[in-house]
Design a protein around this ligand. Structure first.
Ligand code: ZN
Length: 271
């Protein structure tokens, strides 16, 4: 009868990694719920370029920052281009300037700085160093996965964190093997970009086209970058077949909203 009204106090909904939480890192893989954007960006979307109301996205950003426990001015993300460029953040940058910069990795070791990436089928990966408190957020779609962007992110994070880093990582919701049909050319590229090899390509069962298991590839790449399997968490969810919780470019096309995933540098000390 009437449109759903989102009360000003409603909270941004997010999934968490038990591994990152146990290590003391404030972080969130936000779902699409708990924001204020109107359809088709309903409700917790983070992209204005697609036509969403900038005031709504600003309100969504405030809610996300509140959930992370930092000011919205310290919650950063870039304009992503499926590449491997990294941006180190000190926390004194203007976030509206940073969002116009191009890159697919945000990093920081400054306490209270939130590093984010936006996605709508691509995989978000959050990485943290238990020792220094440095963090990275990584955007890895199939192109970034072929370019091994998560390996580049770990290299950049180790460089920022200094010697003796003890890394933990979580791979968030993305278009999973149930839905991610690909062509043979992409299948060949994805089979060649990690030690998972052809085992990351699923054939048969649900149709003639191959499907990609991006999560398996990312786990293999993180292992190649030096992380133990026990230091890699899976925060599950398929963006394409769960419209209640996630935006999906493949499902919704150009007008799909954008999910945010973010992690805050520095650990919460529980006394
Ligand atoms: Zn699916």
């Amino acid at each position: 009868m009437t449109a759903k009204v989102h009360a000003p106090g409603e909270a941004a909904e997010a999934l968490e990694s038990p591994l990152l939480a146990a290590a003391g890192f404030s972080h969130a893989f936000f779902t699409r719920r708990g924001g204020v954007s109107a359809p088709p960006w309903d409700t917790l979307s983070f992209a204005v370029a697609l036509g969403d109301d900038p005031a709504a996205v600003r309100q969504n950003l405030e809610r996300a920052a509140r959930r992370l426990g930092i000011p919205a001015a310290r919650l950063y993300y870039l304009s992503q281009v499926h590449g491997v460029a990294a941006r180190v953040l000190a926390g004194d940058e203007d976030r509206d300037d940073v969002v116009r910069e191009v890159g697919d990795i945000t990093l920081s070791r400054a306490n209270g700085v939130g590093c984010g990436v936006r996605s709508a089928d691509c995989a978000p990966i959050l990485v943290a160093d238990r020792r220094s408190g440095a963090v990275a957020a990584v955007h890895s779609g199939w192109r970034g996965t072929v370019l091994r962007v998560v390996v580049e992110a770990v290299r950049a994070l180790r460089s920022l964190a200094g010697a003796g880093a003890e890394l933990v990582a979580a791979i968030g919701p993305h278009i999973e093997a149930c839905c991610f049909e690909i062509g043979e050319d992409v299948a060949a590229d994805l089979a060649a970009c990690s030690s998972a090899g052809g085992a990351a390509i699923v054939r048969g069962a649900s149709g003639p086209r191959p499907r990609a298991d991006i999560r398996r590839i990312l786990r293999a790449q993180l292992a190649e970058a030096g992380l133990d399997h026990g230091a890699i968490d899976d925060v599950r969810g398929c963006t394409a077949c769960d419209p209640a919780r996630f935006f999906s470019y493949r499902r919704d096309g150009q007008r799909s909203g954008r999910l945010l995933s973010a992690i805050v540098a520095g650990r919460t000390v529980i006394s």
